[in-house]
Design a protein around this ligand. Structure first.
Ligand code: NAD
Ligand code: ZN
Length: 228
């Protein structure tokens, strides 16, 4: 069986990383849709980086939870497997997942707006905000996909190709409203794949799911593995 998994912020909620829709203290006065955009960065790179610095400080302390670990285990059970994540936190890899496509980039990677170089920077808190490129001193941005930006070409093509020919797509902890990632379950269904959704709440994907597991990711993954 060829199996794909699509994850969103909900898989990392039990690791203490807030989703974009959950509560998150002082930063709740800002909507992610207002901060995670190229326009916001152009207007106020310092504010955007302060938000990322805060998110990086939470992610740095976070550990993979049972949901991440069981997805890494699932990979061991199937030869033909792909994990497609919208998360930027790197927790799937920490849990042992190997076949991972990061659709929205990685919060630990920086991209220079001047010379275009990309590299990893794990400093928390950042020494200087906004941070500067170690090669050319240009302004750095997080190497993540912001609202209104296109997805990295290679990653998106890999995801599309795999999902078009898989026999099952497991969707865990995603609101199903962030496009184009949210189109993947619809494409898979159209091509004949079984859709399984794990989410404590209803989403637009629930309507096309063959199986809905209305639980948190950790318990939902346990239930899914028992069903196999
Ligand atoms: P979202 O914040 O829009 O939605 C989260 C979904 O997870 C909701 O449907 C919610 O019902 C569900 N959920 C909440 N707790 C859960 C749990 N314990 N188990 C299972 N599901 C749970 O997230 P999204 O759909 O990923 O889209 C928003 C964008 O936010 C993505 O592009 C992603 O890159 C970014 N994001 C990433 C992180 C991260 O890397 N950890 C965190 C926040 C946002
Ligand atoms: Zn540079």
């Amino acid at each position: 069986m060829k199996i794909a998994v699509l994850t969103g912020a909900g898989i990392s909620a039990e690791s203490g990383i807030p989703t974009f829709r959950g509560p998150s203290g002082i930063w709740k006065t800002f909507k992610p849709e207002e901060l995670a955009t190229p326009q916001a960065f152009e207007r106020d790179p310092k504010l955007v980086w302060e938000w990322y610095d805060w998110r990086r400080s939470i992610i740095k302390k976070a550990k993979p939870n049972k949901g991440h670990i069981l997805i890494a285990h699932l990979e061991q059970l199937f030869e033909d497997f792909l994990l497609i994540t919208q998360n930027v936190d790197g927790l799937h890899q920490k849990a042992g997942s190997k076949k991972v496509v990061e659709l929205h980039g990685n919060i630990w990677r920086v991209l220079c707006t001047a010379c275009g170089k990309k590299y990893y920077n794990y400093q928390v808190p950042l020494e200087e905000i906004p941070p500067r490129c170690k090669y050319c001193n240009g302004l750095l941005r997080p190497d993540v996909v912001w609202f209104g930006e296109s997805l990295p070409k290679k990653e998106w093509e890999t995801a599309l190709e795999f999902v078009s020919s898989c026999s099952m797509l497991l969707v865990v902890g995603t609101s199903g409203v962030v496009y184009p990632a949210a189109s993947l379950p619809f494409l898979a269904k159209q091509k004949g794949a079984k859709i399984v959704e794990i989410n404590p709440e209803d989403t637009p994907i629930s309507q096309i799911a063959h199986i809905r597991i209305r639980k948190k990711a950790s318990e939902g993954m346990e239930e899914f593995l028992k069903m196999l």
